[in-house]
Design a protein around this ligand. Structure first.
Ligand code: SIN
Length: 498
């Protein structure tokens, strides 16, 4: 394992205008009213990087008030003007890519190469929605009445809230805020307590790009503050929409809270992705896809392959190739050259992976490669075989670098196992058979399919799930739908045509 480098040298490479340790509310950098703060911890070294304010209901309410005050002017800007600001923001993020990536490695632990890729992914949402803002068209519908015309226009939903996770500290912020701001909404964003620094850096860049005060605020708080901030964001009558990425459990809770005032929600929740390798798969393609899909971000993504189902005829070859590839993965601090797998985000994350593996071994699974926890929050990339549906790792997201493999015989069996879950975010399958490509794709109950690929994330495609994996889509030309409302106009009093 590549050992951690001291974090202080790295912090020094981020300029003070991006290393923000105050919350950003109504265009002001603020501390908590009572002065309390919490530490942001480097998951690689377990050292404190910075202390950030613990805000509560009062400060969150002020952020919402500021968003409400800023709304009329912001929505009155032309789409072209808002697009220009978002494009400027994308350029600034591109210029500061190295610093944004450094902050992300420090607070999240992912390898530098992945952090750079995430910054590019994050700013692509600013670029994409800058363009989409200009295409918010409506409709003129043939009227059944001779003296009336029917129009449909799109309007911003108003003040919105975003709650984002720690696994993609920048991209989940921009995937929500870019469409919201593009269509003329304002937003109060609560980033995960583990990774507030990336969100605060984006707020600083937004201000520099010309986003007016109050249009985008970032409220910070630790795990005990999150329910208080969440309660304010979901009960304040000024807030008309919540966009959330996180666990299904918390998503259901927030949805219940939003129901009280019939607030619009879009939820990107947990997954339990199947990764199916059919006998006719191209082995190299399948192994490459499995590696990226399982070990990107140390397995901490909602679309990570959680259940690998491999058909009998290709099983031994696939397992041998995958075992070889996993054995060559470089684990270590995200700043160390060549590292591919960083630490897990925190101690509970490691404990969960340990519990899943322990449960699987007790129920009869076997470890093919991997040595459990290496040190601190680093977990050895592992493969387990003979994984069965009753094991925890088949039913819940493991969110760690552990490939859980099961053998299957027929296509029907694979599809049945794949669909036997309350989740429906992403599914992957590897095949060279055209008929099977369509049959399986149409049978899988998922929002996203990866066919002969393990890499599916892009700003141009709609990201989101079905069943308990969520509601709504983020990114793509559909990505403005959840941030706008349709308004139907019946315009009467017109003289009938002669
Ligand atoms: C997620 O894990 O929630 C997002 C993954 C991605 O956008 O690639």
């Amino acid at each position: 394992m590549r050992s951690p480098t001291r974090y202080r040298r790295r912090v020094a490479t981020v300029s003070s205008d991006l290393l923000r340790t105050q919350a950003y509310v109504g265009g002001q950098w603020i501390d908590a009213d009572d002065g309390r703060s919490f530490p942001v911890v480097n998951p690689s070294t377990r050292e404190t990087i910075a202390d950030v304010p613990r805000l509560g209901a009062a400060e969150t309410r002020r952020a919402v008030e500021a968003a409400d005050q800023a709304l009329p002017a912001w929505r009155a800007w032309s789409a072209k003007e808002r697009a220009a600001v978002l494009r400027r923001l994308a350029s600034l993020a591109a210029e500061r890519e190295g610093e944004l990536a450094t902050l992300m490695v420090l607070e999240q632990g992912k390898p530098m190469a992945e952090a750079r890729t995430e910054v590019a992914y994050a700013l692509s949402f600013y670029e994409w929605f800058a363009e989409e803002a200009k295409r918010l068209d409506g409709a003129i519908v043939p009227s059944p009445w001779p003296d009336k015309r029917i129009l449909v226009t799109r309007e911003p939903v108003g003040v919105t809230a975003g709650i984002t996770p720690w696994n993609f500290p920048s991209a989940m912020v921009t995937r929500k805020s870019a469409p919201a701001l593009a269509v003329g909404c304002t937003m109060v964003l609560k980033p995960a307590e583990q990774t507030p620094l990336s969100a605060l850096a984006l707020a600083a860049l937004a201000a520099e790009a010309g986003v007016p005060p109050g249009v985008f605020s970032v409220v910070t708080g630790d795990a005990t503050d999150a329910p208080v901030i969440g309660a304010e964001l979901t009960s304040n009558p000024r807030v008309r929409k919540l966009g959330f990425t996180g666990s299904t459990e918390v998503g259901k809770l927030l949805m219940r809270q939003c129901a009280e005032q019939v607030m619009k929600v879009s939820l990107e929740l947990g997954g339990n992705a199947p990764f199916i390798v059919f006998d006719d798969a191209d082995l190299e393609v399948a192994v490459t896809a499995a590696m990226v899909c399982k070990f990107r971000n140390s397995g901490q993504t909602c679309i990570s392959a959680n259940r690998m189902l491999v058909q009998e005829g290709i099983y031994d070859d696939f397992l041998a190739r995958l075992t070889d590839a996993v054995g060559r993965l470089e684990v270590g601090d995200g700043f160390a050259e060549g590292v591919q797998v960083g630490p897990l985000i925190d101690e509970p994350a490691v404990t969960k992976v340990e519990a899943h593996v322990g449960d699987a071994l007790e129920l009869g699974a076997e470890v093919v490669t991997g040595n459990g926890r290496i040190d601190g929050q680093f977990y050895s990339p592992s493969i387990l075989v003979d994984v069965t549906p009753e094991m925890r790792m088949s039913r819940e997201e493991t969110f760690g670098p552990v490939a859980a493999i099961a053998r299957f015989a027929t296509e029907d069996e694979a599809v049945r196992i794949a669909n036997a879950t309350p989740y429906g975010l992403a599914a992957y399958y590897m095949t060279t058979d055209l008929g099977r490509t369509w049959r399986v794709g149409e049978a899988l109950e998922y929002g996203i399919l990866g066919v002969n690929t393990g890499l599916i994330s892009t700003e141009v495609a709609p990201f989101g799930g079905v069943k308990e994996s969520g509601i709504g889509r983020e990114g793509s030309s559909y990505g403005t739908d959840d941030w706008t409302e349709l308004k139907y106009w019946a315009v009467g009093g017109l003289a009938p045509a002669h």
